[in-house]
Design a protein. Structure first.
Length: 316
């Protein structure tokens, strides 16, 4: 990509999109295009078409989605299905109409069957039933993959897809009802420490295993794929190893230095037992993550403190 390429990042204020925006700026890309949710409702096909006509992006990254943790996915199925289908249909179809040179669609590790062999290989797609707590989101993301593949086959569009594992980092969502596990734990342990609470309640049994990738690493992978990957087959983006949620809670406890105990609320769902990506295809192309889990958690906690603690916003 030339440094003055016009690159539209859909979702540039989110966890992944903002990391990609920073990375492209760091690499001296000068023509970055973004729209906040207030400026552009991506579910509105006409509005998306107008944006494409006005901005004429050469590259598009679909980092915009209705996202959330296990509870939000489980309790707001209509939003997770409808919003995501609308957003990605408008962005992908609109990009084809606008003659976009290359588009990168980001999916999720939850596209794989709940009990697919671990680590999850790309060819496990559609080989078994999905995890019920996030099947709505997964179906939308699978449809997004198929959209890109169909537009490549029928219209020759260079639309590629990548499936990131569970993400965390700077600019995350710390709302306890809709967040993923890592920001939730950071907020809960911080609140317990500052109020002197004796314990922190975490969800489920603590046994599920999850792989976590720092958003800045994903941003580097996105740039790598935009520059070096043009295949119909989607590609996994993971860290390479996973931890039990119990271990994750202990790392957060240590980073935040909370002295109390951890209590498990088993009335809350565990979700998929394990979701470790096989990222060997991407690794063999030469990309590697740079930020280990504990370092990333320290960076995410620093971001939480900067954004929320000490400015009057309740962190409990
Ligand atoms: O990150 P998370 O919400 O989503 O939860 P998934 C991961 C694990 O952490 C689950 C446990 O086993 C939760 O029960 N957990 C423990 C907690 N304490 C907490 C807590 O306070 N908050 C939260 N949120 N979890 C999501 C999908 O699944 O993964 C999305 O729902 C998406 O669709 C995303 O694919 C990457 O990893 O289970």
């Amino acid at each position: 990509m030339h440094r003055n390429a016009r690159i539209y990042i859909a979702g540039h204020r989110g966890l992944v999109g903002s990391a990609l925006w920073r990375e492209l700026q760091r690499l001296s890309f000068t023509n970055l295009i973004g729209r906040s949710h207030a400026e552009l409702d991506l579910r509105d096909a006409g509005a998306v078409q107008k944006m494409y006509a006005l901005e004429k992006p050469e590259y598009v990254v679909v980092a915009a989605a209705r996202v959330g943790g296990i509870l939000a996915n489980d309790t707001r199925p209509a939003e997770f299905l409808y919003d995501n289908l609308q957003i990605q249909n408008n962005l992908i179809h609109g990009a084809a109409q606008a003659g976009v040179k290359k588009l990168l669609f980001l999916g999720s590790s939850c596209i794989y069957p709940r009990l697919a062999p671990q680590p999850l290989q790309e060819d496990s797609l559609l080989t078994g039933p999905l995890e019920p707590t996030n099947q709505w989101y997964a179906i939308a993301k699978i449809a997004g993959i198929k959209m890109c593949q169909a537009y490549r086959r029928q219209y020759g569009c260079d639309f590629i897809c990548a499936m990131p594992t569970n993400m965390y980092g700077v600019n995350d969502n710390f709302d306890l009802n809709s967040s993923h596990v890592l920001p939730a734990l950071i907020r809960k342990f911080h609140a317990a420490k500052t109020t002197g609470a004796p314990s922190v309640v975490c969800w489920g049994t603590g046994n599920p295993q999850r792989e976590f990738l720092f958003a800045d690493d994903l941003a580097r992978a996105c740039v790598f794929l935009l520059e070096h990957y043009s295949q119909e087959q989607f590609i996994n983006i993971g860290y390479g190893s996973d931890v039990r949620i119990r271990e994750l809670a202990e790392i957060v406890q240590r980073v935040i230095n909370f002295q109390g105990e951890i209590v498990w609320d088993t009335t809350k769902p565990d979700g998929t037992p394990r979701k470790l990506m096989d990222s060997s295809r991407l690794f063999s192309l030469g990309w590697r993550p740079q930020v280990d889990l504990e370092t990333g958690i320290r960076l995410a906690y620093a971001d939480f403190l900067k954004r929320f603690a000490g400015n009057g916003v309740s962190t409990s």
